[in-house]
Design a protein around this ligand. Sequence first.
Ligand SMILES: [Fe+2]
Ligand SMILES: [Fe+2]
Length: 191
Amino acid sequence: MEVTRDTAWETLTRYTKSESLLRHALAVEASTRFYARKLGEDEELWGSVALLHDFDYEKHPTLDKHPQDGAPILREEGYPEVLIDAVLSHAEHLELPRDTPLKRTLFACDELSGFVHACGLVRPTGLDGLEPKSVKKKLKQPSFAAGVHRDEVYAGAELLGLELDEHIANVIAALQPIAGELGLRSAADAA
Ligand SMILES: [Fe+2]
Ligand SMILES: [Fe+2]
C-alpha cells in the first residue's frame, strides 16, 4: 500500500477518539514533518509514522502492550515494515536501535512536542513570542507537565546532534501553523 497522510489519519482516528491524543499525534506530526522538510526526506512517510506512533494507545494504554501489540494491527492494515519499525522504535522500554534519521527524529519530537504544546497552553498568546529559554526554564520545574520525561527531551536533542535551544525553536516553529488545531490561543486573540 502507498502510505499517505489520509490513510494514516483514517487508521489513527479509527482507533483514537480522545482529543488530547489526537492533538498529541498532530503535534508530533508537525514537528517530524518540519525535520523531514529540513533534511529533504519523505515528508508523507515521516508524517504518517508520527501520526501513527501512538495510534494504539487508547486500546493498549500500558507498556506491556503499547506499542508492540499495535504492530500486528498496522501490518494487517498493510503498512510497510519501514513505518512499523519506526513506530516501534519510539518506545524506550523496547530498547530498539534508533538507527535511521526517521527513528531519531520521531524520538526527539515525541516528548518535546508535548512539552512545547503544554507551554503554549498556559500562555495567553499561545506559542506566539514563546522563546526557547522559557521552555528550558519550565523543563527545570518538575511539577510543570510532569508526565513529560525530561531525560528523553535532552536525549532527543543530542540524538539529532542539535543544541537544545535550536531543537526547541524548531518545534515551536513547527507547531505554530497548527496552533488552532492544538487548541492554542494566539497574539491576535489576546489583542
Ligand atoms: Fe508511545
Ligand atoms: Fe507519543
